[in-house]
Design a protein. Structure first.
Length: 477
């Protein structure tokens, strides 16, 4: 599965995971700092309240008035201190004529329980700001309960003990910490998105260049050596572009040279074949004719039977040699090709092939205009058909062969091409396996020398289908 993932996808995935990791670490850092800030603020508030209680208690003891009433009045002022909830508990139920055993209106008009005064600031009674804080954040930064509760015990003149319970309320501080953390996380998110966008744009530009280079390499693989890459702005890709264009230019030059050499080699080969065919026709054919005529002239009625039999044997050998010579001449150079054209030569070749292979059904279909436009390519088309029919006999084990020769328009300049299709229903072969023969290689070279296109479709047990397209008209002359 990993091999199917593209490099671009992997880079984007790594960048996204890195940004998420940075955002997660930033969140942990913000929560840690917020928790510490809330804890410090709560500790500071509780310590401040304890110090104020100590100061107010000292002043109440030095006063000659109702010390407990003055002390409660001063303690009530702590209601203005943020984050505090103060409870006062006293035993026994009566101190200096004050009754705490029955509920009474405490500070701010709140109803108090038995032996207890509660002083609560407005933040402890609820704050709309705290409703906007996510529950997970409040849970993460809320300090331990031991750090938000403090108790102060005070002995009165009657040796009674007053217990002052100070409970800090962290909600306001949590709300402030959330606002600070939200701003910090927003900044990290904006930076992460910005960095990802910049990296994505940079990587996208680089991969656009990579895509162009890959397309060029695929064209080179298909044999399009005329492909050139543009000049890229990035220096590394600019160097690759120059190296690619130099390679393509070298390959194109080598291909053109090889085609020229192939054309020259094929031309020399065909010329040699034509010369041998002509020599066989002129020299050996005439010599055989002369031998047969001389043998016939020696035949007499009054000759001995043995002599006449020898003469008949000589004339029979001459006839067989005539057949061999005609077959050799047809294989070396079809004389009909120059005199009657491509279609007539192919029909003669096919009829001769049918007579030698009566068990195979051969279907031939050709357009009439092919002869006029074949030009110098007609000998190559003839050789390709000849080679394919030879391969059918040697390897295909087929009982049906189809040959089509048509004209086809293949480009925007309306240039005509000759399309040759040859297929059979034989055993086929695996095209990926190496082959020892040179028949298909020779066909490829002939097609390449004409600037044409060659394609082969086959599988084991499914026959062979060969298609050749070569330019005609001025391109082939």
């Amino acid at each position: 599965m990993h091999e199917s993932l593209s490099l671009r996808f992997r880079l984007n995935l790594m960048i996204v995971l890195t940004m998420l990791a940075i955002l997660g670490l930033g969140t942990l850092f913000a929560v840690h700092n917020a928790r510490r800030s809330v804890a410090e603020e709560i500790d500071s508030t509780v310590n401040l309240a304890l110090q104020l209680i100590e100061v107010s208690l000292s002043e109440g003891r030095n006063s000659t008035d109702d010390s407990l009433g003055n002390w409660f009045s001063q303690l009530n002022r702590l209601d203005k201190t943020r984050h505090l909830r103060i409870q006062v508990r006293q035993t026994p139920d009566r101190v200096d004529g004050r009754t705490f055993g029955q509920p009474q209106a405490g500070p701010k008009g709140e109803s108090q329980g038995r032996g207890e005064h509660s002083l609560t600031d407005s933040a402890a009674r609820g704050n709309p700001r705290t409703s906007k804080v996510p529950g997970w954040f409040a849970w993460a930064v809320k300090p331990d309960s031991s750090s938000i509760v403090a108790e102060k015990r005070v002995e009165t003149d009657g040796k009674d003990v007053i217990s002052i319970l100070i409970e800090a309320n962290p909600e306001d501080e949590i709300a402030e910490a959330w606002n600070e953390a939200l701003g910090f996380l927003t900044l990290i998110a904006v930076l992460a998105v910005t960095i990802y966008a910049l990296v994505h744009i940079t990587v996208g530009r680089a991969f656009r260049c990579v895509g162009v280079i890959l397309d060029g390499l695929e064209d080179i693989e298909r044999g399009d050596y005329g492909r050139r890459l543009p000049s890229f702005s990035l220096p590394e890709f600019a160097r690759i572009s120059r190296a690619f264009n130099h390679m393509a230019s070298t390959l194109e030059k080598a291909r053109d040279e090889n085609r020229a050499l192939t054309q020259q080699s094929l031309a020399i080969q065909e010329e040699e074949r034509r010369y041998l065919a002509q020599e066989l026709h002129d020299e050996l054919g005439q010599s055989l004719s002369a031998i047969k005529v001389m043998a016939a002239s020696l035949r007499k009625r009054d000759s001995r039977p043995q002599d006449n039999e020898a003469i008949e044997c000589i004339m029979g050998v001459c006839d067989r040699l005539f057949g061999v010579v005609r077959g050799m001449m047809r294989r070396l150079r079809p004389l009909m090709l120059d005199e009657l054209g491509l279609i007539a030569s192919l029909e003669d070749l096919i009829e001769s092939w049918r007579s030698r292979n009566p068990g195979v059904s051969l279907h031939f279909d050709c357009e009439d205009d092919v002869d006029e436009l074949a030009g110098a390519g007609k000998i190559h088309l003839f050789r390709i058909v000849q080679e394919c029919l030879t391969n059918v006999v040697k390897h295909a084990e087929a009982d049906g062969v189809w040959i089509e020769l048509r004209l086809k328009e293949m480009d925007t300049r309306s240039r005509s091409w000759i399309q040759l299709k040859i297929s059979d229903n034989g055993c086929g072969f695996d095209p990926n396996q190496p082959r020892r023969g040179f028949g298909l290689i020779g066909i490829r070279e002939r097609v390449a020398s004409l600037g044409g296109q060659f394609s082969l479709n086959t599988r084991s047990g499914e026959g062979v289908s060969l298609e050749v397209c070569v330019p005609c008209g001025e391109a082939s002359r």
